[in-house]
Design a protein around this ligand. Structure first.
Ligand SMILES: [Fe+2]
Ligand SMILES: [Fe+2]
Length: 163
């Protein structure tokens, strides 16, 4: 089915966003692992897999609409230096993706492309209710309990001496 160019170009922009997020989570998760922050590693590795799933949905939709996946404008990830700056960089990216998704959903609505809108709605739910919310909660926890306590809990079993 031939899709509207304006819809395909938005899907490509969203695809780039998902893959930048996947790259960023990939690097950040490995940093957490290196530092022994096993709970953060597991969570962020899981987010990375979610982003690949979102990218998969977008590529599938682009191909279905007879478009070409275009990654030529893919920027690099923003890699933080410590836990708070890494969480903040991830949150900034998720907020950007939420705004792009909402704009694309409104566009699909105006073009009567309800199937694409439905797919984007699912991605928006994960992005807003899951990723963004979780990152906000972590930054809130750091603010309330202090970074040292947060890091201790983020290290999980390792900090408690379990093997
Ligand atoms: Fe995503
Ligand atoms: Fe996300």
């Amino acid at each position: 089915m031939k899709g509207k160019k304006s819809v395909i170009s938005r899907l490509n922009k969203l695809l780039v966003g998902e893959l930048v997020a996947a790259d960023q989570y990939f690097v950040h998760s490995r940093m957490y692992r290196e530092w022994g922050l096993s709970k953060l590693y597991e969570r962020i590795e899981h987010e990375r897999q979610d982003e690949i799933g979102h990218a998969d949905l977008l590529i599938g939709r682009i191909l279905f609409l007879e478009g070409t996946p275009d990654l030529s404008k893919r920027p690099g990830p923003k890699v933080g230096k410590d836990v708070p700056s890494m969480l903040k960089a991830d949150l900034d990216l998720e907020i950007e993706v939420v705004a792009e998704l909402k704009e694309a959903i409104a566009h699909c609505e105006s073009e009567g492309d309800y199937d694409t809108r439905r797919i984007l709605g699912k991605i928006l739910e994960d992005t807003e209710q899951d990723h963004t919310l979780w990152l906000e909660q972590q930054l809130g926890l750091i603010a309330r309990m202090g970074l040292q306590n947060y890091l201790q809990s983020a290290a999980g079993d390792i900090a408690q001496g379990a093997s």
